[in-house]
Write a protein that binds this ligand. Structure first.
Ligand code: 5GP
Length: 194
């Protein structure tokens, strides 16, 4: 998605060979017009699926997921993160190791907001090692929901998340695919380094 790639080129900050900071439009301040275009792009890419709910994770998945939900006219559910869950009644939960925070959280979704009658689109901001997305897949499976696929705003293709999701047999659509963050440079898949 060229609009998104341009925004990353202009405003993305390479923090290390593994971490890209996009606080000015996705992770702290939000660019609503860009989010709207991102929502449209997700809807277009999954237009062959009869999606009934969108599931994401708090907090940075909420903006792009909400835009897609608004266009489709379906509810958006965000999995909540907790250090560890004691009461798990009426919740589907999964353990997720956070790439950026280097800690484990339980993520959970109420049984009220996902069921075996749903076809769910799972959306998140970044894909790195795939733990967040695999946690959402796990929750959708526990609920017996049909998984339309995973939609990611920025995939770091040099990390293993993409392969892990495809190995689960789940369709993956990423709107910006990073090949590398070496030498402080953002390089997208399909682009030569100059
Ligand atoms: P994963 O579970 O795929 O290892 O990591 C995905 C989660 O970690 C995303 O929800 C995102 O919040 C965070 N994350 C991973 N890599 C990056 C990155 O390079 N930049 C930012 N801002 N967040 C990241």
């Amino acid at each position: 998605m060229e609009l998104l790639k341009n925004k990353i080129r202009q405003e993305g900050k390479v923090l290390s060979e593994e971490v890209l900071k996009v606080d000015s439009f996705l992770n702290h301040q939000i660019d609503p017009l860009l989010m709207q275009e991102i929502g449209k792009e997700f809807v277009k890419r999954f237009s062959d699926q009869n999606i009934t709910r969108i599931i994401t994770i708090e907090s940075s998945g909420i903006a792009p997921a909400t835009m897609a939900g608004m266009i489709l006219g379906v509810p958006v559910v965000f999995a909540r993160k907790r250090k560890s869950l004691t009461l798990t009644d009426h919740l589907y939960s999964a353990k997720v190791y956070s790439f950026t925070k280097k800690e484990s959280n339980d993520i959970s979704v109420s049984k009220d907001f996902i069921s075996n009658e749903d076809t769910v689109l799972l959306i998140d901001d970044f894909l790195a090692n795939g733990q967040a997305a695999l946690g959402l897949i796990d929750i959708a499976k526990q609920a017996g929901a049909t998984i339309a696929g995973v939609g990611i705003v920025i995939e770091k293709c040099f990390q293993p998340g993409g392969d892990l999701i495809r190995k689960e047999g789940v369709r993956l659509e990423s709107l910006a695919e990073l090949q590398s963050l070496k030498n402080g440079q953002v390089q997208f898949v399909g682009e030569e380094n100059n």
